[in-house]
Write a protein that binds this ligand. Sequence first.
Ligand SMILES: *Cc1c(COP(=O)(O)O)cnc(C)c1O
Length: 472
Amino acid sequence: MVSLGSPLNVVLPEQLADNLAEFSAVHRRHHLGGRVCFAHKANRSSALVRRLSATTGSIDVASLPELQHALGAGFVPGRILATGPKNREFLWLSARCGATVAVDSVSELLDLATLVRQYELSPVRVLLRLSGFVSRAFTVTPRPSRFGIPLSDLDAVAELLDTLRDAVELHGVAYHLDSIGLAEKAIALQSCLQAMSALQRHGADPRVVDIGGGFGVDYLAEPAEWERWTSDLTSAVLGKRPPITWNGHGYGLRAENGTLRGALGLYPSHRAIAGPAYLDRLLATPAPDLGDRPLSTLLLEHLHELWTEPGRALVDQCGAVLTRVSEVREGPGGHHLVRLELNARNISAEEHGVLMDPVLFGSAGVVPGSAPSEAAGPPDEPCGVYLLGNLCLETDLITRRVVHLPRLPRVGDLLVFANTAGYLMDFSAGTPLRQPQARTVAAWREGERWRWCLDEEYWPTQVFPHGTGALE
Ligand SMILES: *Cc1c(COP(=O)(O)O)cnc(C)c1O
């Protein structure tokens, strides 16, 4: 794999199929029909999307190129949900092919209806993306969102929909909250159930409640590590111990006259309940304003379909980023600086606030023109290092915290960032300084052996020549 350059993205399409099966199992446990729509934006890989196409899963596309990608991977429009901000071209192709559109605003609804009429298309199925949820029983204040139709406008929108029946067909309601708060989501889901009833009173026949994504991932095997590190960070910010971050960076925390201020701006790397288990927990949560009955019971009683849009959680453990060590030198506080053959957009863990230590592997082969680093300290001693990127920018740090490795890396070693398929691999990747983008390969097991191919060469037929790749 050295010949494929550094960094190298590796994706595991089979893991995606396994994760989908776990989400589907939660549906079955609650006797709920519906769909699991992979939020494509979490990863650009073709292999992942093509593998998903060979399952019963659906896909949530948030741009025109993502829609084209899904269609090209074999998704029929009935398995495609168009979300996110949409331009006319994205709306037109969604309508033209017959995808379901989660409309984000009244103006988007009007644009869509206009296009359908202008181009004489069949009525398009729409979900209304709602926002601004409140509860009588709960006092969680919803955070303002730039997305969605305010719940308070629902009656007006229902009347508007009546006048657009030739162009759009109301299929249900949706929400997506950029939050992991269970109470917030329970309120949103309860509000959607109430919205479904309100729409029925207006004479509509909505079937779908789409609860978006945000089920989350548990990145750390050892919960205690997270507790220990966050309390060490607090102590360091307060000056009670030596810094554990570059320039004393506080990740949102700061000290004012000896008092801790601010809020930790990080993804909670350890999460006790994440992914399908989080969906299970949400469905079992009582609806505070609807007689405290479990949300899943209420969905079931009304024969609503449950749709979800997991991104990060559906690609949990589906990929890794491999990179080479290109320089090791002494740095501040006795911590070495380890420069890697990639930049902070190739592994955007810092940008997304996810903290995981990479795994160090021995030399990946001879690196042309490089001698072993003279600065290398005593070999095979555990050490704390900062990981730097390959851009000539002070800010191009792969980690702004000290990362502990079992020994000091040497030039030519491989570092592997695990579990990066969800947003951390290629969400932000570009070509700064004309550096090429990372190649992506797909890997799968065949008997005892691992096989791989370039991401764009992957098709399920190659992996399952006799057609065993279907799920359920
Ligand atoms: C980003 C996004 C998702 C996926 O969110 P995750 O946190 O990755 O599960 C789902 N739906 C919409 C509308 C999104 O914008």
